[in-house]
Design a protein around this ligand. Structure first.
Ligand code: KQY
Length: 370
């Protein structure tokens, strides 16, 4: 594995869309007791359901800490690979590499990770184990790794159509805790050069009360080139209404890199999901501040789905819109199975199914690889 200081776009590499063919998926076994209630047992069950669903159509590699290896190995099917790796928490989308491809080979981008805002408004300290994961995973896969640790970015803050367009949010990428000395123009140039893109669409905001400073992967996602889903509510009294409406206006009035007008499909939101007192009591206090308070609204959204080779794995909230969301997605992904997974125990941690997964694009393995 080489550590590269060149620019992916100049090297002919770009980020493929999530809906193109995968080699597999990386996930991390949940363990952190201030993220996952009651010792993370319920989260481990929910992660296992997600892993099983993804593993039906692609390889899944699960990183587990030394302390968790035996339990993870026992809970997961044989065809899921479990490897020992240190981590601070379990958000593979944000700490595993963002993979880029030249059509034959892949390389991983190793962004700087500071727990969604560092000492400014980050969510835990320290985060050094998470920050090392991308490079270690490239080493494990024997793919070269771009050293971009001087630029703070999480995978959940960008989506691409694989045809030159990237979508992100200003609320996240221009936040004070990430790259405060960079202008919007400089950040846009960095995204284009790293992800091999021509156009960046900047949404203003994401999902209300999303503690990542509103990652794009909870509000908007590409379903095919030129088509996106947008998390939506018709309730004008909900603070989410103005946020989603502003995204809609931007998406409807921007052309993508290929000059197409985007087709926007509204994906309804569930009723607000509030954390209960009992759930809060199951969260350890590790830094003198409670992670959550009873009645707090969680950032629930059906947009936080994962597209595997054979299925779309979508969070469910036991809400009246669960079936509606699956029906809309099944129209947009006619060749994939829809799998709904009850995801409250993932949501309590602060993200959802997309946030705990990172796809590895399809590539040809050479013989001397492990
Ligand atoms: O990508 C995400 N949504 C991760 C959120 C992490 C929250 C930590 N409690």
């Amino acid at each position: 594995m080489k550590i590269l200081n060149s620019i992916p776009k100049s090297d002919g590499f770009s980020m493929p869309a999530e809906f193109s063919k995968h080699y597999g998926c990386i996930m991390i076994w949940p363990h952190r007791r201030d993220s996952w209630q009651y010792g993370a047992y319920a989260a481990q069950k929910a992660f296992t359901e997600v892993i099983r669903a993804i593993a039906q159509s692609e390889k899944v590699i699960v990183c587990a800490r030394f302390e968790d290896y035996n339990n993870a190995r026992a809970m997961l099917p044989d065809h899921v690979r479990v490897i020992e790796m240190s981590s601070d928490d379990s958000w593979a989308r944000d700490v595993a590499p963002t993979f880029v491809s030249d059509g034959t080979h892949i390389r991983g981008i190793d962004w700087g990770f500071n727990a969604w805002g560092g000492l400014e408004d980050g969510l835990y300290f320290p985060w050094n184990k998470d920050n090392q994961m991308a490079r270690k995973l490239c080493d494990m896969l024997d793919v070269d790794s771009y050293n971009m640790r001087d630029f703070i970015l999480e995978g959940g803050s960008v989506h691409t159509d694989g045809e030159g367009t990237v979508i992100t949010t200003e609320a996240c990428l221009l936040s004070k805790g990430r790259n405060p000395r960079m202008s919007k123009e400089a950040i846009e140039a960095k995204l284009k050069n790293s992800l091999g893109a021509e156009k960046v669409i900047w949404l203003k905001s994401g999902i209300y009360h999303d503690e990542t400073n509103e990652h794009v992967d909870n509000i908007c996602a590409f379903t095919s080139p030129g088509e996106v889903v947008l998390a939506w509510t018709d309730d004008q009294n909900d603070p989410q209404y103005a946020m989603s409406k502003s995204c809609l206006e931007i998406l409807e009035n921007t052309l993508d890199a290929k000059g197409r007008k985007l087709k926007v499909h509204k994906l309804p939101l569930p009723e607000p999901v509030l954390i209960s007192r009992e759930e809060c009591e199951g969260l350890d206090d590790m830094d003198g501040e409670p992670t959550r308070t009873p009645g707090e609204r969680l950032a629930a959204s059906y947009v936080n789905f994962y597209i595997s080779n054979g299925a779309v794995i979508c969070p469910q909230f036991r809400d009246k819109n669960d079936q509606k969301a699956l029906a809309i997605l099944s129209e947009l992904f006619p060749d994939r199975k829809m799998v709904g997974i009850y995801a409250r125990d993932i949501l309590i941690g602060g993200g959802n199914i997309h946030c705990i997964t990172q796809q590895i694009p399809y590539f040809k393995r050479t013989e001397d690889m492990i």
